[in-house]
Every structure is written in structure tokens, then in C-alpha cells.
Design a binder for this molecule. Structure first.
Ligand SMILES: *Cc1c(COP(=O)(O)O)cnc(C)c1O
Length: 404
């Protein structure tokens, strides 16, 4: 048998674009994980808002294994039952009329941006190609999506980057008025910025973007890769704002841990992706689609969605209690189970220092930029796990404050 892999193997064999924590989890169940040494962790990170039903949820294991014994993959030269069932389920549950399936959030956004350009090209002219995005936004790591994203560091050194992209200020409608015109094909926005620091859009902002898009015949794209599939307490976050996009992207929670992405759009826009215009070998993969279908059907129920709102309150109460004792946070915010705690001025830029302490105390968390501690746990995390994880998180925070 080959040797058991160690953390040192990461530095030895893997491209150094990540810097994972030292512990290597080997098993997960619900919201608990165990590492190679048998140490146990409460999972508030959820694989970056991906493990929507925790680890190895029986509904997803059943969907995956049942499909694994039937059919894995065909390509799009042939279609398959799980992909068709997933597309139908998404259409029936949302504003959308048509679905394009792929394997990640970046790919879903790449498709959305290409669709917007092609739609404007086919229906108006090639001059209508400008894309309005926002500073601090995040849309993926392909060259197009880092260019559209509003964090220049992700595009740095990768130029020349695609042109025709401008950035306004999030939640500032006036900044968009200066940028949008009849040559704009799309405005792309996260209803709540995730990587950018867990910042919800104001209702006026999203309603205003819809009106500006309508005035200039531009498409409104909602990137719900992080906020979608129950994460905020509704199937998609935009439902809470009463604003409907022309294109929506989903991934992360959609597969509950299996790589899958989707782009949803309307009958007005979809024809611009005619036969041969775009594609992906893995898009609509039968295993991925079977798992995503099970995840969507399990999550889009009153029990799970109401449970997300209830758990939000519990997380918030715990974080406020920690803050009352230690004064580390300036603000606690977010929607549903995507929660951010911005560091107080005395701890400016130190959110990342909590993570290794938290791991030592037995809880996994995330950051969103240097100044925000981010929690994105399973949507069905047991309340006892929330309480236990918070005891551990408080110990990590106390150590940060004590300078240990
Ligand atoms: C994570 C994320 C992406 C990128 O998804 P990948 O699956 O990593 O390609 C895009 N947009 C948002 C809002 C995200 O949070």
C-alpha cells in the first residue's frame, strides 16, 4: 500500500496557489469532521458555502450512489434523465425558462457574460458589448471573470485582459448612472457580496439597477453562486428583494459538495446561445445533475428554508455575546447562513489570524477579505453543533485578544 499522504506533500507536489491549514480532514458527517489524527471539528466553513446539507447527507449519498450504479457521463452529444430533471426543477422553481448546466461558478458566470454579449450582438449591434460590474465583487477565476470581478489583485499579471468592462461602486446607484449607456449589454451583481466582505445589496440598489437596465436595454445578471440554493433563507436571495434578473448563475450549494454549476435565463435571451455557440464537455454530467436535483428538492422546502432563518438568529446571538465579552467586532451582518463579522478597528485586518486558532480549538471558519470573519455552515447544522462550535470559536477569539 502507498504511504499515507501528509501536509508536507502539499508543498512538495502541488502548485503553490493555496495555503491550506495543517490538519487534513479524512471523514465528515453532518457538521462534524475528523482529521488524520482523529481530532474532531465543528464545520462553520461548509467548504466555502458548498456543503449545503453538511457532509455525507443521506439524501445526497443515496442520489450519488444510485446514479453511480446506472450511468455517469455521456457528453452533450446525448442528453440524460438527471440533467433534464434538474433543468425542469430549476425552471419550475424560479423566474427562468431555460437552463445551461456546467461544473463551477466561474464557468456559469463565463457563460452568463458570453450570453449577454452574444444576445446584444445578435439583437442590437457589436457595439453593445460593455459590461458594468462593481468594485469588490467576485465572479470566479477565469480570465473573463477576474476581469469582470472588482478585485484587481486577481487579474494582476494576467493581462492583456478582455476589454469593455467598467466598475461602479456597490450600493451606489449614482456611480452606475455615470457608467451605463446604450452600449451596455449587461450589469452583473451579487445580491450580497460574498468574497467582498458579506455586504448585502440595499433594496433601492437592486431595484434601481433593474430600472437602469430596462432603460438601456441591458441584461441584469445576478451572480447567486454564493447566495443561492437556500443559503439566505429563500431558494435564491433575489426573491427577498422582489427584483428579477434576466440571467442568474448558481453553483456552490447547488451540488452540496459535488462540482456543478447552472446558468438560468429567459426565453427572450436564451436563443442567443444557439446550436454550437457555447458548450462544456461535463455540463449536465449525470452524477452531478442527480446530486444537484436531490439537493435542490431537499433544500427548497419550508422546513429547511425556515430552519435557515432560525439558525441565523442563533448564530447572531452567539456572535453578539462573544462581541459583548471581547469587543472584537465592529458589525455582525449577513443573510441566512452567510454571516460576516467585521473586525473592530483595534483588530483591523486580523480576521485571518482567527482561523488557525479556531482550528486548534476545533472549529472551522472562513474569512471574506482581511477584515471579515465569515461563516457559511450547512443549512441543516444541528443547533447543538452551533452551540458547541461557538464555545470553540469564543476560545479562539479570546486567544486572539490575549495575543496568544
Ligand atoms: C465562489 C464564487 C464564484 C466562483 O465559483 P467557482 O466554483 O470557484 O468557479 C463566482 N461568484 C461568486 C459570487 C462566488 O462566491
Amino acid at each position: 500500500m502507498s504511504q499515507t499522504p501528509t501536509r508536507a506533500d502539499f508543498d512538495r507536489y502541488m502548485v503553490p496557489n493555496y495555503a491550506p491549514q495543517q490538519a487534513i480532514p479524512v471523514r465528515g458527517e453532518g457538521s462534524r469532521l475528523w482529521d488524520q489524527e482523529g481530532r474532531e471539528y465543528v464545520d462553520f466553513a461548509g467548504g466555502i458555502a458548498v456543503n449545503s446539507l453538511g457532509h455525507c447527507h443521506p439524501v445526497l449519498v443515496e442520489a450519488l450512489t444510485a446514479q453511480a450504479n446506472k450511468l455517469w457521463h455521456l457528453s452533450n452529444v446525448y442528453t440524460n434523465e438527471p440533467a433534464l430533471a434538474l433543468a425542469r426543477s430549476l425552471v419550475e422553481r424560479t423566474f427562468a425558462d431555460k437552463v445551461y448546466l456546467c461544473s463551477s461558478g466561474g464557468e456559469a458566470n463565463e457563460a452568463a457574460l458570453k450570453l449577454a454579449r452574444r444576445w446584444a450582438h445578435d439583437n442590437v449591434s457589436e457595439h453593445k458589448h460593455r459590461i458594468v460590474s462593481f468594485s469588490q465583487s467576485f465572479h470566479g477565476r477565469t480570465l473573463f471573470t477576474v476581469s469582470v470581478g472588482g478585485q484587481p489583485k486577481y487579474a494582476q499579471g494576467f493581462g492583456p485582459v478582455p476589454g469593455g468592462i467598467v466598475h461602479g461602486e456597490f450600493n451606489d446607484l449614482d456611480s452606475v448612472r455615470d457608467l451605463i449607456d446604450d452600449d451596455t449589454c449587461a450589469v452583473v451583481v451579487e445580491p450580497m457580496q460574498g468574497e467582498g466582505g458579506i455586504v448585502p445589496a440595499t433594496p433601492e440598489f437592486l431595484h434601481g439597477l433593474r430600472a437602469l437596465c430596462d432603460a438601456h436595454d441591458a441584461l441584469l445578471i445576478f451572480d447567486e453562486v454564493q447566495t443561492g440554493v437556500g443559503r439566505t433563507g429563500t431558494l435564491f436571495a433575489h426573491e427577498q428583494y422582489g427584483v428579477t434578473p434576466d440571467i442568474l448563475t448558481s453553483a456552490k450549494a447547488l451540488g452540496g459538495g459535488f462540482p456543478v454549476g447552472a446558468m438560468l435565463t429567459t426565453d427572450r435571451v436564451a436563443p442567443a446561445f444557439g446550436f454550437g455557440t457555447h458548450g462544456s464537455t461535463y455540463g449536465g454530467n449525470a452524477l452531478a445533475s442527480a446530486v444537484a436535483l436531490a439537493a435542490v428538492e431537499h433544500i427548497d422546502t419550508p422546513e429547511v428554508l425556515e430552519g435557515v432563518k432560525r439558525r441565523h438568529e442563533r448564530f447572531r446571538e452567539h456572535l453578539e455575546a462573544i462581541n459583548a465579552k471581547h469587543g472584537v467586532f465592529r458589525e455582525i451582518r449577513g443573510m441566512g447562513l452567510l454571516i460576516g463579522a467585521e473586525m473592530a478597528p483595534a483588530f483591523e485586518g486580523r480576521a485571518k489570524d482567527i482561523l488557525p486558532l479556531a482550528i486548534e480549538e476545533g472549529v472551522m471558519a472562513l474569512i471574506a477579505g482581511p477584515n471579515v470573519l465569515r461563516l457559511a455552515p450547512s443549512l441543516v447544522i444541528p443547533e447543538a453543533d452551533i452551540d458547541e462550535g461557538m464555545v470553540r470559536l469564543e476560545r479562539a477569539v479570546a486567544r486572539l485578544v490575549a495575543g496568544q
